[in-house]
Design a protein around this ligand. Structure first.
Ligand code: HEM
Length: 503
């Protein structure tokens, strides 16, 4: 009688069985032995990150997460170690508190892991120290000094609108608004527009490249070691293979001009712009900031400043077209201010735009119903864990708050949360709801570019409503969009009409 049925020649079958056993064990552990085992959510999401990554890749992560919350409630398990939270206390407990950011944020180190910037710094203390050095550049008073230069860029956008109004040709407004956001960002950062509006075209195919990078990075952040191995490492940066593109070249040229002699002189540009602020911060704090740190911050700021602003203005125009009474009321408001001697410049000044409460409500509503940042803002539960509502999450759990979920939550905003209603911004209880309006984030990681974004939004929105009318080529007023790190609408050409007698 044989003592064993083991046959060495069948090693491949044994290996497969061993691997399958391991996988089943890992799956069962992730699903049933995890402290998050009783947090509801899709089965595959609880056993593998791939389910979440798949929806990010598809560009519907935000609507997927929202649908899951509608089905399961305040807490949804999006991945083995990540819970999405829509509890009303979530924004304060997770975003306002100084919690460590989730590892996903390391993907913001561009072009490789050596280029650490404020969003890629995970530790809240280290991030706060660095953010303090960069923050003064975005104070409203500094930005207002550059307003005439922003106006010159926006006037170029108006020239393009006028051309389309005169020719009657449909206009891909989404592209021109992205060009405007890119050019204004160049003007704010280093006193030079990137030239998109002047050229009237997508230089170097930037928009397509940016959409691809937006999609890639949203997924790659969840697979950091692989991302570093294949893409975000000094060897790839050295080859220059991924370093191309009009925007990156322009950013680097601006830096070279300023640092031309290695002395950190501000020569070459007349204005004390954002880069000048940061170079001074670097010279005064050489131990805390290197030139590479400044370069990394310029690169990430340039990326963060374009799609977001473009998306927000697109949302404004799109929803205002779909709601003609809102457009008409906003225009009446501007006309009344014109009659009082305000809003008279070709590009409405920021100061005058602040006299338009209804228009501002429409901008806020546009950013609420269609937020430009569709990913969950993810933080780690601290030592001792974190309690939210009736649940306790152990230390190290990734807890995320999705702005798109919070901003459309009926529990927070009322039964009409999903509908366009600018009047909600005049309700008595609006100040108590502002904690759920987290389009720009909250707490120590709040968007540092909010002032610039608001300037662009109010100025452009007021000017468009005063001087133009738009009609979508598609009579059903549809548009398309993908939600990666930012939400990028596309494919909704419009006809432009100019108000007679205006500029
Ligand atoms: C409507 C326009 C914008 C929206 C909705 C927006 C929204 C956001 C959000 C949600 C975050 C992330 C917060 C977090 O991770 O918790 C963020 C971060 C950031 N934004 Fe914005 N943003 C906009 C425009 C801008 C502009 C114009 C700039 C630059 C001039 C900018 C620069 C940045 C930077 C550098 C970060 C990283 C912050 C850090 O962690 O240090 N953003 N933004």
């Amino acid at each position: 009688m044989e003592s064993s049925n083991f046959r060495p020649e069948n090693w491949q079958a044994y290996l497969v069985i061993l691997l399958l056993t391991l996988v089943v064990r890992l799956v069962l552990n992730a699903r049933h032995r995890s402290p998050l085992a009783n947090v509801p959510g899709p089965y595959f999401a609880s056993v593998s990150r791939l389910c979440h990554a798949y929806h990010i890749f598809r560009g519907d992560n935000n609507t997927w997460t929202r649908a899951l919350h509608e089905r399961y409630g305040h807490f949804v398990r999006l991945a083995p170690n990540e819970v999405s939270v829509s509890h009303p206390d979530g924004p304060a407990l997770i975003l306002q508190a100084p919690l460590r950011k989730a590892d996903w944020y390391r993907v913001f180190a561009l072009p490789d892991y050596r280029y650490v910037n404020t969003p890629s710094l995970l530790d809240p203390k280290a991030k706060a120290v660095r953010a303090r050095l960069f923050a003064p550049a975005f104070q409203l008073s500094n930005l207002l000094r550059a307003e005439p230069h922003f106006d010159a860029v926006i006037a170029c956008l108006l020239d393009r609108l006028d051309e389309h109004a005169a020719s009657g040709q449909p206009m891909d407004l989404n592209r021109y608004l992205s060009f405007a956001a890119l050019d204004v960002a160049g003007e704010a950062l280093f006193s030079r527009p990137l030239g998109f509006l002047a050229a009237g075209r997508d230089l170097g195919g930037h928009l397509a490249q940016s959409a691809a990078l937006n999609r890639y990075a949203a997924v790659a952040g969840h697979f950091w070691p692989l991302h570093v191995l294949l893409v975000a490492n000094p060897a790839v940066t050295w080859t220059g293979l991924l370093a191309g593109g009009h925007v990156l070249r322009t950013v680097r040229a601006a830096l070279r001009r300023r640092w031309g002699d290695g002395g950190g002189d501000d020569k070459g540009d007349a204005r004390f712009d954002v880069l000048a602020h940061w170079m001074r911060a670097q010279r005064e704090n050489p131990d805390a900031l290197s030139q590479r740190d400044v370069e990394a911050q310029v690169i990430i700021t340039m990326s963060a400043a374009s799609d977001t602003v473009s998306c927000a203005i697109q949302s404004f125009v799109y929803h205002m077209i779909a709601n003609p009474p809102s457009w008409a009321r906003a225009r009446r408001e501007i006309e009344a201010e014109r009659a009082r001697g305000f809003c008279q410049d070709r590009v409405v000044s920021y100061h005058d735009s602040q006299r338009l409460p209804y228009l501002r409500a429409c901008v806020n509503e546009a950013v609420r119903v269609f937020g430009p940042s569709p990913m969950g803002l993810a933080r780690m539960a601290p030592k001792g864990g974190l309690s939210i509502g009736d649940r306790h999450f152990p230390e190290g759990t990734t807890l995320s708050i999705n702005p798109n979920v919070m901003q459309l939550s009926k529990e927070c905003w009322g039964p009409d949360a999903g509908e366009w209603n600018p009047d909600r911004w005049f309700a008595e209880d609006i100040s108590s709801k502002m904690k759920y309006w987290i389009a720009f984030g909250l707490g120590g990681n709040k968007c540092p570019g909010e002032n610039l974004a608001q300037m662009e939004l109010f100025k452009i929105a007021a000017t468009l409503v005063r001087d133009y009318s738009f009609r979508q080529v598609d009579p059903e007023n549809r548009w398309q969009w993908k939600a990666y790190i930012t939400r990028v609408p596309h494919s909704w050409p419009v006809y432009v009409e100019k108000q007679s007698g205006h500029f």
